[in-house]
Design a binder for this molecule. Structure first.
Ligand code: HEC
Ligand code: HEC
Length: 399
């Protein structure tokens, strides 16, 4: 509880004072009434995404790599209060079993909403199976996780929360921690007026609401796509043209504007030395042809999220791009016969073309809607893990 000079003098009214401090604290963690940037508040009191891409035709009419293609459906329609509550939850280590990890520990604002590690570290201190993907534009995805095993953000969140190697929580502990908090019950009541007390479905909805606001569609590439040619340098345009050429074929899978086609592809990425092959999508879909198949990741803000691929064993972006040039299936272990996707072949790109692609990928950087890291969260625990240094310029408004 914060030091309050009034209270030290009025010892006899300690109770009244602590209520006063409690109210002040609750006010610090108030919920916004307006939508985040890029969203408009409609008459139904909910936030809807606004983007120039909504004026364009469907993907099908524009061919591969076309710039003015439409976006797939987005998970919008949450209230400002739900989004605000989701933000507090996302940054609050109260959500983990040992109160030391928040979602933001592995999806860090200073690391492109990934964590900079080949494999994330969960509550046990041991590395988890795969690398943390960035969360930019997850509101557009209908399959989540590298192996596409979740169909919605709500379903996805149960994964890290209750996995003993990730956040290691239980539904019982999570709900009792929230119910016993001085702040959360009122925030849940404000965001979900019909619920008696914090419940799991509302935790998942709030997390989905917040994550749906992690939109990145205003890079220099986007300005170019909307018709402002000067937004890209000649070299970047050269890279874009290699990227979407029928030789390189990157845009077949990393399809604009999301730079993913939302599908699974078997491309034969190697594991770290000595590690067994990760069967990927074979397991959830129970399909041999998906062995070694992974979700095509977005390439937006990809310069921020090294190391790359599901196993995180490509240290730099140049290495990840060069993978495609080393021959179809070159890294597949000899005892495996993976059904490599037909667009993976041997494009024989020159060093200069590979460099141009890497240069172009930098034009996809846009973190203008990155939420500021809160300096405090409702539980009073530190918002993200200790080795994270919050930028000094951010102030916390709860909005
Ligand atoms: C211990 C680190 C860690 C924590 C904590 C964590 N995540 Fe993740 N997250 C990961 C990893 C690793 C993956 C990929 C796992 C896989 O694909 O099998 C992932 C995947 C995801 C995805 C799927 C993204 C995509 O493109 O498919 C979403 C969404 C996500 N996490 C949200 C969350 C939320 C919300 C929380 C908090 C409730 C959270 N994460 C906590 C490490 C973490
Ligand atoms: C057949 C579909 C397909 C094609 C074609 C393709 N990719 Fe990929 N890309 C994927 C998949 C699937 C992954 C994730 C694989 C994994 O982690 O095992 C991926 C991962 C990546 C990554 C790592 C991203 C991250 O966040 O870890 C980069 C960078 C990348 N691709 C760039 C390219 C470039 C450049 C080209 C063209 C030369 C290209 N891709 C062509 C499907 C494709």
């Amino acid at each position: 509880m914060r030091f309050n000079p009034t209270c030290t003098f009025l010892l006899l009214v300690v109770a009244a004072c602590s209520r006063y401090v409690g109210d002040a604290q609750a006010a610090t963690f108030s919920l916004p009434q307006t939508c985040p940037p890029s969203f408009e508040l409609r008459d139904d009191g909910r936030c809807y995404l606004v983007s120039l891409y909504q004026f364009y035709d469907s993907v099908q009419n524009r061919g591969v790599g076309g710039t003015q293609t439409a976006l797939p459906a987005h998970r919008d329609g949450f209230t400002p209060a739900q989004i605000g509550l989701g933000k507090w939850l996302f940054f609050d280590p109260l959500l983990s079993g040992n109160h030391q990890l928040s979602c933001a520990s592995c999806h860090r604002p200073d690391k492109g909403l990934a964590d900079g590690r080949a494999h994330s570290i969960g509550v046990t201190g041991k590395p988890v199976k795969r690398s943390a993907p960035s969360l930019w534009n997850v509101g557009f995805l209908d399959h989540l996780f590298w192996d596409a095993r979740a169909d919605s953000l709500e379903q996805q969140a149960a994964g890290p929360l209750f996995d003993p190697n990730e956040m290691g929580n239980t539904p019982q502990q999570l709900l009792s921690d929230l119910a016993n908090s001085e702040i959360y019950p009122a925030l849940f009541k404000a965001a979900f007026p019909h619920a008696e007390s914090p419940n799991l479905a509302d935790v998942m909805t709030a997390l989905a609401a917040f994550q749906s606001t992690l939109v990145s569609l205003n890079s220099r590439y986007d300005q170019y796509a909307h018709g402002y040619h000067q937004a890209l340098s000649e070299r970047e345009i050269e890279g874009l043209n290699v990227f979407r050429s029928f030789v390189a074929r990157c845009a077949e899978c990393h399809q604009p504007p999301l730079f993913t086609n939302n599908q699974i592809a078997v491309i034969g990425v190697p594991e770290a030395p000595g590690q067994p092959l990760d069967p990927g999508a074979q397991v959830p879909f129970n399909a041999a042809k998906l062995r070694g198949g992974f979700k095509v990741p977005t390439l937006r803000n990809v310069t921020k999220t090294a190391p790359y691929m599901h196993a995180g064993n490509f240290a730099g972006l140049r290495d990840a791009v060069e993978f495609y040039n080393k021959g179809r299936g070159h890294a597949v272990p000899p005892e495996e016969s993976l059904q490599i996707h037909w667009h993976i072949w041997d494009p024989q790109l020159t060093d200069d073309e590979l460099d141009a692609i890497v240069t172009f990928l930098g034009a996809l950087d846009d973190e203008s809607l990155m939420p500021p890291v809160p300096v405090a969260v409702p539980s009073g625990l530190p918002p993200v893990d200790a080795d994270y240094r919050a930028p000094q310029t951010h102030t916390q408004t709860g909005k």
